[in-house]
Design a protein around this ligand. Structure first.
Ligand SMILES: [Fe+2]
Ligand SMILES: [Fe+2]
Length: 148
């Protein structure tokens, strides 16, 4: 699987987990807790991996503006996710915060898949992408462990 395929596959997993958590939110059931924990770890691992591989590389290209805007989106997503971790599930603010995080992530994913990743494929050769992939996998794994 190529780096781009891996990123897209993870986007699918993240979107699916958001849908599950949203439909189970507030029920305090075991599946809800498991899905929420998995979502945090998948999402944070994915963003950290991107931020330390493909985004710094894009900063030296004509896609710098796109990269800067995507990094700000990551930072907004992290802020809301961290707030969600601090708020009790039965707090009335939890669901609206979750919806905000989901909307931000879906918008961000559509920009990555629609503009940023196609651009990266043009800018970097297969060898460079493979190197990002390797680094991404390690960084993602380390970050995911923090959120388990
Ligand atoms: Fe992504
Ligand atoms: Fe991203």
């Amino acid at each position: 699987m190529t780096f781009i395929d891996t990123l897209k596959k993870e986007h699918g997993t993240i979107k699916d987990l958001f849908r599950k958590v949203q439909s189970e939110a507030g029920r305090k059931t075991r599946p809800f807790e498991q899905h929420w924990t998995k979502l945090c770890s998948e999402l944070m691992g994915h963003m950290e991996g991107e931020e330390k591989t493909i985004y710094p590389a894009l900063m030296d290209t004509d896609a710098k503006e796109l990269a800067l805007s995507a990094i700000e989106e990551h930072s907004a997503v992290k802020m809301v996710i961290n707030q969600l971790c601090d708020v009790s599930y039965d707090d009335e603010h939890w669901k609206p915060k979750l919806k905000l995080a989901k909307d931000l992530v879906e918008h961000h994913i559509s920009e990555e898949e629609g503009e940023i990743l196609p651009k990266a494929v043009k800018l970097f050769d297969a060898k460079q992408l493979e190197q990002f992939h390797k680094e991404f996998t390690g960084i993602r794994k380390e970050t995911m462990a923090i959120y388990r």
